[in-house]
Ligand binder design. Structure first.
Ligand SMILES: Cc1cc2nc3c(=O)[nH]c(=O)nc-3n(C[C@H](O)[C@H](O)[C@H](O)COP(=O)(O)OP(=O)(O)OC[C@H]3O[C@@H](n4cnc5c(N)ncnc54)[C@H](O)[C@@H]3O)c2cc1C
Length: 392
């Protein structure tokens, strides 16, 4: 089939955080887009549900994320204006741990390298400023003013709305079962439970389903079960409103990190808290994940915050749900062309910290699917970095 005869320029598989953003950027550039999603818009079976996601600029994971974050913030703002929806609330962010912890050290390194506004607070100053926290005397906090909360379901819906407004054909309840690159590399075919679709390029953004759909055995992706908790603080939520209580990541050492949010308007009663890293995650697949939250897990969460936010630790459990991380061994993202098929773009920006980047990832995926390259710095995300050079 010639390019002109094909009904679509690009097929996007998965319309979660990354796929919805890719579809929006591609359609806005005039590409004829087909988006395929096995569930309904902004569903709760993948990685992008639970009402809140942290966004922060002084990035402890690696300073090279900061330029991407600057662009991500700008694009979230554009999306808010274009759709008339509120997606981001800036609350400030507090990164707490021992001075040599990953969270504190890495935040300070990014802040210094990129000249980002921040304040370092010793335990006494931290508690005077944010009395709800009770840090041990040997801990420090780094406060950064730009951090805040994104509303993930609204972000996905907003990207879908932009994609649709530019003519993208978005189909829900249609599961992709496989894909093939046509002979001579002239386009792709995507098989679904309903039919087969053809296009010039393919963007795969399947979240926790990536290990099956990427067809790239050299990429060691693992899916991890996570639990989100909402607790009703003893004494009420007044000390937890966004003007008094920031988003935070608390490094307990030994690979254990806890994070949380202020109370959110109009959302399930209680204040959300979770493990960012547990030090020993539960591996699963989307088919095998245990969706039930067990009493022992609630106890473990309470114990982890008993010394740091006692009023939350003692509160009544209001809700809990599961979610999936798709992890790489170095916890950096996977974004780039499939090594054997340059017309297929792979997107797994997760390892538990990808949501905040979805807006800029959409732009990157649109660059890669149209021009084959991007001006954004994505060298850290090479799909083949775990395979050595021989597999190329
Ligand atoms: C508990 C938890 C907390 C997190 N907290 C943060 C945070 O605070 N800040 C942050 O930046 N990030 C955070 N993250 C990470 C972030 O949410 C993820 O990186 C991001 O949601 C991944 O988006 P995605 O588009 O890759 O996956 P998803 O949004 O899950 O989208 C993938 C989509 O592909 C669809 N799909 C898969 N296979 C097929 C198929 N065969 N056919 C059709 N459709 C298919 C799925 O149904 C799904 O809709 C968190 C993640 C979790 C789970």
């Amino acid at each position: 089939m010639t390019a002109a005869a094909r009904p679509f320029d690009v097929i996007v598989v998965g319309l979660g955080a990354m796929g919805s953003a890719a579809a929006a950027h591609l359609a806005a550039r005039g590409q004829r887009v087909l988006g395929l999603e096995q569930y309904q818009p902004a569903h709760d079976q993948g990685s992008s549900h639970g009402h809140s996601r942290v966004i922060r600029l002084a990035y402890f994971e690696h300073p090279s994320y900061v330029p991407l974050l600057r662009r991500a913030y700008a694009l979230w703002g554009d999306l808010e204006r274009e759709t008339g929806t509120r997606l981001l609330t800036v609350t400030g962010g507090l990164m707490v741990g021992r001075p040599d912890s990953e969270v504190v050290r890495g935040t300070l390194e990014s802040a210094r390298l990129h000249d980002l506004p921040h304040e370092t607070l010793d335990a006494g100053a931290l508690q005077r400023r944010f009395p709800t926290f009770t840090p041990a005397p040997d801990l420090v906090g780094v406060f950064e003013p730009h951090a805040g909360v994104l509303r993930p379901e609204a972000c996905v819906q907003a990207h879908l709305a932009v994609a649709a407004s530019h003519g993208a054909d978005l189909r829900f309840g249609e599961r992709v079962t496989g894909w093939t690159v046509l002979a001579g590399g002239d386009g792709v075919e995507v098989q679904t439970q309903q039919e087969t679709h053809a296009a010039g390029r393919l963007v795969l953004a399947p979240g926790a389903w990536a290990p099956d759909l990427f067809a790239l055995p050299q990429l060691p992706l693992e899916v991890e079960r996570q639990v989100l908790f909402w607790l009703d603080p003893v004494g009420g939520t007044a000390p937890f409103t966004p003007d008094r209580f920031p988003v935070y990541v608390w490094d307990h050492g030994a690979g254990v990190q806890v994070y949380g949010f202020p109370a959110q308007d109009g959302l399930p009663d209680g204040v959300k808290v979770a493990f960012f890293r547990t030090g020993r995650g539960t591996r699963c697949t989307p088919q095998t994940i245990d969706r039930e939250v067990h009493a022992s897990e609630v106890t473990m969460m309470r114990e982890a915050i008993a010394d740091v936010i006692p009023s939350l630790a003692g509160g009544e459990l209001r809700a809990a749900t599961t979610c999936m991380y798709t992890l790489t061994p170095d916890h950096h993202f996977v974004i780039g062309p499939h090594p054997r098929h340059p017309q297929v773009i792979l997107a797994s920006p997760c390892s538990g910290h990808g949501f905040k980047f979805a807006s800029v990832v959409g732009e990157i995926l649109a660059d890669l699917a149209t021009a084959g390259t991007t001006a954004h710095p994505i060298a850290l995300f090479d799909p083949l970095r775990f395979a050595g050079t021989s597999a190329r």
